[in-house]
Design a binder for this molecule. Structure first.
Ligand SMILES: [Zn+2]
Length: 347
């Protein structure tokens, strides 16, 4: 309506060429067909799908043949454990009172996508982990996470799918031991305490590192009613901020998780889903500059000295801001404790 009003008011006052340019601009901005490029970050479920337990598999059985009918029709039965391929872990997977997959409010499934790239570290070390410093570096560059945000980790392991040995980091030296990157426990705790974060995702087989025996990240996120997505597809084309994610799992009553279609919308239209897309990336505006002043002052003693001081001041300022943000988040969480984390059907 707003767009139509704008058009009827503005168009008659404009010369012909400008009117056509305005019409084209409005069309480009508001047509859902060109709202933003879509990326499918979902591995196809089939008989190549990797499962945590090697004994599990995906089977598709034909139960209806196209025969002896006036029309053509076919039907299959699918058999799989819930946690198959690109999938979502519901909080009830690791916390009895947590939301089941059908309980997760739908407004948490379409969210801002925040991507943290640890692929360089992961290439050098299969046991690499996401730390609170990685989360703070994202916040320094892009500002606080905004509700609802799904934090996605790019390790680069999507490229190994579906090669079981490479994807799970298996070797003859340690039979049955997995080595692939994941969230560290402290990062999981940080995200569980951030009221803007509704869930997380990673392009490996587990939120926890492959070597983990106790899976603390699953536990801490589930207790906070945050969902997790595993075996997410290639995140290399998704910007650190500004994209929107659609994470839509199969809605099984009472389910602990399920196969999930994960779609990224690059540069979401501002004409649709108002307030969801993040605007203004603000890269490098906050709490940065550790040592940057020093680099700028190179070549002159005086410049170096003042640059160092500036860098130090900015570094301290950055730390202060981070501390303030943590306190702010804690306060926010206390305020929203009741509205944000209700568990349907439980006291
Ligand atoms: Zn799972």
């Amino acid at each position: 309506m707003e767009v139509r009003l704008f058009w009827t008011r503005m168009a008659p006052r404009m010369p012909g060429v400008a009117r056509w340019a305005l019409a084209l601009a409005l069309l480009v901005c508001c047509s859902p067909a060109v709202a933003g490029e879509l990326l499918d970050l979902t591995h196809t479920l089939d008989n190549t799908t990797l499962y945590w337990n090697e004994k599990d598999s995906f089977t598709l059985t034909r139960v209806e043949q196209p025969a002896n009918r006036p029309f053509w029709s076919q039907k299959f039965k699918i058999e799989t454990v819930e946690h198959a391929g690109t999938h979502m872990d519901a909080p009830s997977h690791f916390y009895e009172q947590g939301w089941t997959i059908a309980d997760i409010p739908v407004e948490r499934l379409i969210a801002n996508a925040a991507v943290i790239d640890i692929s360089e570290r992961s290439a050098a070390n299969p046991d690499a982990m996401v730390t609170p410093e990685d989360l703070d570096a994202w916040r320094d560059a892009h500002g606080q996470f905004k509700y609802p945000t799904i934090v996605l980790i790019r390790t680069g392991y999507a490229a190994y799918w579906p090669d079981r040995n490479r994807y799970f980091g298996l070797s003859d030296a340690e039979p049955g031991v997995y080595h692939f990157p994941g969230f560290g426990e402290a990062a999981g705790q940080d995200l569980a305490e951030d009221p803007a974060v509704v869930g997380v995702g990673i392009d490996t087989a587990s939120l926890d590192q492959g070597v983990s025996r106790t899976l603390p990240v699953h536990a801490v996120l589930s207790r906070a009613n945050r969902f997790g997505m595993e075996n997410v597809g290639d995140l290399s084309q998704v910007p650190a901020s500004g994209a929107r994610i659609y994470a839509l799992p199969m809605k099984t009553g009472g389910g602990s998780g399920g196969p999930c279609r994960v779609v990224i919308e690059l540069e979401p239209s501002t004409c649709r889903g108002k307030g969801r897309g993040q605007k203004g990336r603000g890269r490098g505006q906050k709490g940065r500059g550790r040592g940057q002043g020093g680099r700028r002052g190179q070549g002159r003693d005086q410049g170096q000295e003042s640059g160092r001081r500036q860098g130090q001041d900015q570094g301290q300022e950055g730390r202060r801001q981070r501390q303030g943000r943590r306190q702010g988040r804690r306060r926010q969480q206390e305020q929203h404790a009741h509205e944000e984390l209700p568990v349907p059907g439980f006291e």
